[in-house]
Design a protein around this ligand. Structure first.
Ligand SMILES: [Zn+2]
Length: 291
């Protein structure tokens, strides 16, 4: 391992401070989940191609809820069959070793961190979670617990069967995706392009608070295209804490790491590099020579 990286990890381990991991699509790409950006995310309605930036919006959901649901159910199907990889598992080891000193902030909605064994109350899904739905009319709120099987205002996604890109939307689908409280559409529990981060659904303040208290930020597989992750990176940079970016390609986070005295850009994938990084962060202290 690079000496500079070893030094940053050693210092973080000895400090006994907390660690925040921030993950993006790159870690799940190694499990075979496409980013659904660009052409692989196109969706055809009639004779028109729509970009994910058009599909994943409140505006499109109001206009064509069945098409938005067909697109999501197809995408969610891809997530369902993907398996967590060595990168997800390495972060679970860190979660187990550090307990409350570890917080995971993820942009991924695929649920792979949780399926790998991440602790739910330390895993903050800032772009939502494909495993859940909520009332599109927001008839319930975060405090609703239990009454209709809700957890923090969310319901588990009903079983919608196996969906291909051509699977039609049926009346039965419509009733399965109706709010049991008020009958309005249920919507995917994901942050759309024309919506804002918040605490109630997306744990914005929790994520920022974790970053403001951490002594190390470990960024994995994110390109910094969205605002909250970038805010977290800039906060860590301003605080001058240890900062590591694991990514096969340069990106705004690697720029921050390279500009920081305690930063390091690890060029590589999560599966290749996270296991050794986590091992260095969780190694037991071995008494060195007394000098
Ligand atoms: Zn409702």
């Amino acid at each position: 391992m690079e000496r500079e990286l070893t030094n940053i990890l050693d210092e973080a381990r000895r400090s006994g401070g907390s660690i925040v991991a921030l993950t993006g699509a790159g870690i799940s790409a190694e499990s075979g989940i496409p980013t659904f950006r660009g052409t692989e995310g196109y969706w055809v309605i009639g004779s028109k191609n729509y970009m994910p930036q058009e599909m994943a919006t409140q505006e499109m959901f109001r206009r064509a809820p069945e098409e938005v649901w067909r697109w999501y159910l197809y995408r969610f199907g891809v997530c369902k069959y993907a398996q967590p990889n060595a990168g997800h598992r390495a972060l679970v080891s860190l979660d187990r070793a550090l307990g409350d000193r570890f917080q995971l902030v993820t942009q991924n909605i695929d649920g792979l961190h949780l399926r790998a064994g991440a602790t739910p109350n330390r895993t903050h899904c800032i772009h939502g979670d494909a495993a859940f739905v909520r009332c599109a009319d927001a008839c319930s709120h975060a405090a609703s617990q239990g009454e209709l099987g809700e957890q923090h205002g969310k319901l588990p996604l009903p079983d919608m069967g196996v969906r291909g890109a051509d699977t039609p939307f049926t009346e039965a689908d419509r009733s399965r995706l109706s709010c049991p409280r008020c009958g309005a559409w249920l919507r995917p529990h994901v942050l759309w392009f024309d919506e804002y981060y918040d605490e109630e659904n997306y744990r914005m303040q929790t994520a920022l608070r974790a970053a403001s208290q951490a002594s190390l930020l470990l960024v994995v597989g994110t390109s910094g295209a969205t605002t909250l992750p970038m805010q977290i990176g800039e906060l860590a940079f301003r605080r001058g804490i240890g900062m590591i970016d694991v990514n096969p390609e340069e990106n705004p986070f690697s720029d921050l790491c390279q500009a920081s005295a305690k930063g390091f850009f690890v060029r590589g994938s999560a599966c290749e590099r996270l296991p050794e990084i986590v091992q260095a962060l969780t190694a037991f202290e071995v008494s060195g020579p007394v000098v």
